[in-house]
Ligand binder design. Structure first.
Ligand SMILES: *[C@@H]1O[C@H](CO)[C@@H](O)[C@H](O)[C@H]1NC(C)=O
Length: 187
């Protein structure tokens, strides 16, 4: 009985070796990690699209690597957005729109220069709870920027605000897998 079960284990071990340690498998297992992560994220398509489009640029594909990638991508978008709002703000004259944009320059300064920067630093230190907190505040900042356009005819930052919020929510869900159960945030 003991012999039978141990030779069964050896067989399983050999099968595992054959199926999982071949070189091409590394790509397949990355894909399935990506799938797994994105299925559990609040925005599957955005998650899968974002991570797939950048997967080849990276050497290390693990949960922390994917989380970092989402932060880098949202940071790139928000950084260029901030530059653009600065320019648009200087050009427009409509006082209501100007006021809303001025508020959003503040929001995006906060998002780019402190929150995402701090989230990336925390990511490097493995301080995942801080990453979640910063990403959460970034979501709130984008929301309050968005609300400034509620009574205006145009909302030039609507798509970007939504994008920042959705990607930060994806970051939070990925990082949640790295946070120890007793540290998990309840937001
Ligand atoms: C940021 O993402 C949003 C949503 O996809 C897009 O509309 C916007 O153009 C992007 N901004 C930059 C600067 O890439």
């Amino acid at each position: 009985m003991i012999l039978a079960s141990s030779s069964k284990n050896i067989l399983l071990y050999l099968i595992t070796l054959i199926f999982f340690v071949t070189p091409s498998q590394s790509i397949l297992s990355h894909t399935s990690l990506l799938e797994q992560i994105c299925r559990q994220s609040p925005h599957y398509h955005l998650c899968a699209m974002t991570l797939r489009s950048s997967i080849h640029h990276r050497s290390k594909e693990d949960i922390a690597g994917f989380a970092r990638l989402t932060l880098e991508i949202v940071n790139a978008n928000a950084t260029i957005t901030l530059e653009r709002i600065d320019k648009v703000y200087a050009q427009i004259e409509d006082p209501k729109l100007k006021k809303a944009l001025k508020y959003c320059i503040g929001s995006y300064n906060m998002i780019v220069k402190s929150l995402l920067q701090e989230a990336l630093n925390a990511m490097d230190k493995g301080d995942y709870k801080v990453v979640q907190q910063k990403a959460y505040v970034a979501i709130l900042e984008a929301e309050s920027c968005n609300n400034k356009f509620n009574n205006l005819v145009t909302s030039p930052l609507r798509d970007t605000n939504r994008y920042v919020q959705n990607l930060c929510a994806i970051t939070m869900s990925i990082v949640n897998k790295l946070v120890q159960p007793h540290q998990r945030t309840s937001i």
